[in-house]
Design a protein around this ligand. Structure first.
Ligand SMILES: Cc1cc2nc3c(=O)[nH]c(=O)nc-3n(C[C@H](O)[C@H](O)[C@H](O)COP(=O)(O)OP(=O)(O)OC[C@H]3O[C@@H](n4cnc5c(N)ncnc54)[C@H](O)[C@@H]3O)c2cc1C
Ligand code: FES
Length: 252
């Protein structure tokens, strides 16, 4: 884990109100694994850092993808090239690719693309055939940068791709990885209990100390999303108790 004084180097629009921010953070760029995140703070800014999945790595730079949903994300999006943020990471336990899967389906809803790009690249580098199913409310809300051997779009209103949810549109595969609103992940768990899902929680420290990121488990008790997660086996989570209103990955 590194604490980096990271310079913002760019910002681009990838869907309606959805931006990718690029920042120079060499030690994080060289060590981050698919599904891990960074906890970002800045001054003047909110008291608590804000967690974001690492979306892409480009040389010594990392990218995050976000929309303005509150004070912190609005401030981050108002920053310009040359501004600096304090970036702590990489954090958390990411996706595992195990031995021998031949096919993977990546299911992302809205901003859930955030943890999928690194996963798609890692799977491809291991010779796994990747089908990426990306869903959103309308075609304007679909991230334009999704890729994979096969790409399936799904929209609630049918304006692009399959009409309906990304979960319904997804084929079966040896490995299923998903990121999106918690209610979408609960549907993933019902269809593929062995899927790996990146869950949403509130977070504080991001390093396992404050217990602010509790994830309720089926076997009883709680895990810390920032340490044992944010990626879990879908069937391990008590979906009835995990807040389903948390939806950074949803389109509002
Ligand atoms: C591991 C992890 C990875 C994440 N990756 C991304 C990402 O790649 N892109 C992205 O846009 N967002 C991501 N989020 C969510 C993001 O951290 C929150 O949206 C952000 O902290 C909100 O900050 P804010 O100051 O703008 O909102 P606030 O002003 O604090 O709150 C505004 C609204 O957002 C809700 N909110 C606050 N925190 C969260 C949260 N953690 N999850 C969902 N809703 C929240 C509040 O309930 C409130 O309704 C991630 C969260 C986690 C835990
Ligand atoms: S955010 Fe503090 S323990 Fe997880």
């Amino acid at each position: 884990m590194f604490l980096v004084d990271a310079r913002i180097t760019g910002k681009r629009l990838v869907a309606r109100d959805m931006y990718v921010i690029t920042m120079h953070a060499p030690p994080i760029a060289s060590t981050v694994l698919p599904g891990q995140f960074v906890n970002i703070g800045w001054s003047p800014g909110p008291m608590l850092r804000r967690p974001f999945s690492v979306y892409r790595v480009d040389g010594e730079r990392i990218e995050i993808v976000l929309k303005a949903v509150g004070v912190g994300t609005a401030q981050l999006l108002s920053m310009t090239q040359g501004d600096r943020v304090s970036c702590l990471g990489p954090l958390g336990h990411g996706f595992e690719f195990g031995a021998g899967p031949r096919s993977a389906v990546l299911v992302s809803g809205g901003l859930g693309v955030a943890s999928m790009t690194l996963a798609a690249r890692q799977a491809a580098s291991l010779g796994i055939r990747v089908t990426w199913v990306h869903g959103a409310r309308t075609k304007e809300d679909l991230c334009s940068e999704s890729d994979g051997d096969d790409l399936i779009w799904a929209t609630d209103d049918g304006s692009k791709g399959v009409k309906g949810t990304a979960v319904a549109a997804a084929p079966d595969a040896d490995l299923v990885l998903a990121c999106g609103p918690n209610r979408m992940l609960a549907a993933v768990a019902a269809r593929w209990p062995e899927a790996q899902v990146a869950v949403e929680t509130y977070m504080g420290c991001g390093t396992g100390v404050c217990l602010g990121c509790a994830v309720p488990l089926k076997r009883g008790g709680y895990d810390r999303a920032c340490r044992e997660g944010p990626v879990y086996r879908a069937s391990d989570i008590d979906w009835a108790t995990l807040p389903s209103h948390l939806s950074y990955a949803a389109t509002p």
